[in-house]
Design a protein around this ligand. Sequence first.
Ligand SMILES: [Fe+2]
Length: 449
Amino acid sequence: MKKISIILALLVAAITLVGLFASKFIDSAKFTSVQTSIDSGQGFSFFVISDPHYLSDELHDDKEAFQKFLSYGDKLVHYSGRLIDAVTAEIAREKTDFILVTGDLTCNGEMESHKELAEKFKRIENSGTAVFVVPGNHDVLNPRARQFFENTIWETDYITKDMFADIYGDFGYNEALSRDKRGLSYLAAPSDDVWLLMLDTAIYKDNIKKNNPEVNGILEDSTIEWIKQCSELAKENNAEIIAVMHHSLLDHSELVNLDYTIQNSLEILELFADCDIQIVFTGHIHLQDIKSTSIGDKTIHDIATSSLVVYPNQYGIVTYQPDEGYYYETNRVDMRQYAIDGRIKDKDLLLFEQFSINFFVAHCCESQNQCIAAMDRLTEDELSKVRDTVSKMNMRYFAGLRNEMINDLIDTEGYRIMETLPPCFIRDYINNMLNDEISDHNTYFIPVE
Ligand SMILES: [Fe+2]
């Protein structure tokens, strides 16, 4: 009898153990085995490219309809391919380990643009640098995908969520340790020590029904649960996680944050603090800006890299040194050198900086210019002085410069005229630039904790 009870007890214990093992196995079965190319203890570097907004040359000529489209925006969409090619040459020169692309890969989600961009990324991978992408609000199920010929704008094919994962399979999705079931988020491990949480914050499922692409972003409850599992797995493997997403986690401006910062940012900040996620690379706002905040004893940094197709046409370079931390800096794409190297006789490329400034001033300050034009108590001469000061300040703002880095522009006639005006958006906008947390958002250091 005693023998039977011992056997029974052993059997129960064995079943319990098998059960425990099975439940553990089922949990981790969602994750594929960890394969990295950078060994533990080894430093590495990567580029961060934001909002390249690539438009295929097959989808436009340079005639009336396209010129009109360009004039409504702030993006050098017609040079998006050239800019990516120039960065590709810089990647090959620097031999950076991998690149992160923080969404808005395409102009308006055109299938042709996505396919061609994937070809360009393939060339980057062929030169030895891995590419990891996430979608932005322009990329998936975008009913505004268009082509432009002569004086007519035509619809063109857009892509679905599954097509995105398929087209960019080699750039994150096929090599993921885990994919979130809901959207296009995934976990990747280029290094033993640092893993990438590539998050899909875009909201696209009802875009076609509404005939309007949703601009703002969110991380849904099911994705939050998946992030917790990713964090556990990373901790089990002694890896640290950095996050990458299109929308802002922190407000990058007190005035302009609606539709830019994800809807549930406070909840996600708490989540990141619990999961020890200290750094998030973002895009979307098209300006160079870094913000940080404390949650309990943790500090979380949101590094927004400005859009590749907007002045000053730059990208981020991050150097990671174990036991030290992350060094972030920006680098402006050298389009002039790219044109010289490729013997391209395009004067806009050979004088690219000035060309990009002219385009920025003419198009990017449109909303500010409208505000200035409404100041009917000013003379034409005064208006032009205000316009001049505001566009120069805005250029520096987009380039990541604040406070004393724009102080010289306070000493202008345009600024003095603005100070005499009653409270208005443009004055608040400028004051915001002059009272920021940091002065230069182009270099940043985050120590390891
Ligand atoms: Fe964008």
